[in-house]
Ligand binder design. Sequence first.
Ligand code: FAD
Length: 376
Amino acid sequence: MKALVVGAGIGGLTAAVALRRAGIEVELYERAPQLRAAGTGLSIMSNAVAALRSCDVDLDGGQSIETFELLTSTGRPIRTVPLKEITDRLGVPSVCIHRAELQQELLLAAGDCPIMLGANAFRYGYDKRGVRLWLADGRVARGDVLIGADGLHSAVRRQLAGPQAPREAGYGCWLAVIPFRHDRVTPGYVGHYWGRGKRFGLIDLGGGRVYWWGTRNGGLDDPLRSYRGWAEEVQAAVAATPPEAITTVSAMDRPPLPSWGDGPVTLLGDAAHPMLTSLGQGAGMAIEDAVVLARTLAGAADPCQALRSYEAQRRARTRRMVRVSRLLSKVEQASLPWTAALRDAVFRWMPRPMLVRQNESALVFPSPGAHHADTH
Ligand SMILES: Cc1cc2nc3c(=O)[nH]c(=O)nc-3n(C[C@H](O)[C@H](O)[C@H](O)COP(=O)(O)OP(=O)(O)OC[C@H]3O[C@@H](n4cnc5c(N)ncnc54)[C@H](O)[C@@H]3O)c2cc1C
């Protein structure tokens, strides 16, 4: 069987690794002219670390999360999230890593998989003999199945499900990775600082580097001004960042699709279910998709049926992640004094077993019930 994979992001690369291990031939088609070592930081939670390990990909370059604090904007503790306790019990760490390092690990594991660069997928077609992929430059690729792993603005999704624009969440994000040391940033530190309509994440990447992100309702302005008066380490991290090292994006997701397959064609990762970042699980879900897809396609007598089975196995979990990320992001971005105070109080007083339960279900792969197809 030969799979054409559109997009060499985290999902597409993981799919290439997992499919090849399952004995399936893969060709990757990536629009970018080069695979640049770009991007900022990522949290790869335990479920995705477990999925990667099942393909022998170890995140050696990453930093395991040792402390996860929720704090007020001025740095007063709200709550310690018992992440470390959960991940110790599961025996799989959650890891923060530079995107470029994850990409390198995946490229290494993908070995000699052909990656066609400058290959802008345009549309697909299929018949009984297989699937064809047309590239914008007129080239045509042929295979048995086509996997659209082409991200938020997926061309494969557009043809499959229509041209709807993504859903804006109403806030923007700054992101940066910088060399930075501070007493507060202990090894494996993750601090989420909550203000009103603004948040800040400060994350140890190891090796004297931090990954930070900031959010602001409405448009982004000058981050230095936005975080004036915040905890000392927050202001210091922003001040230590040259403007050209800061990336900006608008927070966006899409409502879940009722179905994301068409004959020998399916979607994976952000192409299927882009989500807001509050759970840090967007890339994690793309990684899980890739592993489940490969397991389901391996040795399948009917590839189209196997793709429908993969989609059914992934639908409930990814839909829940989209929904919870959106809900949590709304709560976290609270901008009125009383809604922000209520948010802080809820997290401060939430019973510990509830906090553990809420976090733990996301962190397990294969997720409970993953093998029960959800056909709704
Ligand atoms: C600010 C921010 C912070 C985030 N933090 C986290 C986090 O901490 N943890 C986490 O798990 N997730 C996080 N995410 C989400 C995560 O980045 C995505 O879910 C993940 O990158 C999705 O991977 P993907 O492979 O599906 O898509 P992408 O990574 O978007 O890859 C798609 C690829 O397809 C290519 N492509 C696009 N169109 C075409 C075409 N027509 N033809 C050929 N190639 C094409 C693109 O060039 C790209 O290489 C974050 C997202 C944002 C915006």
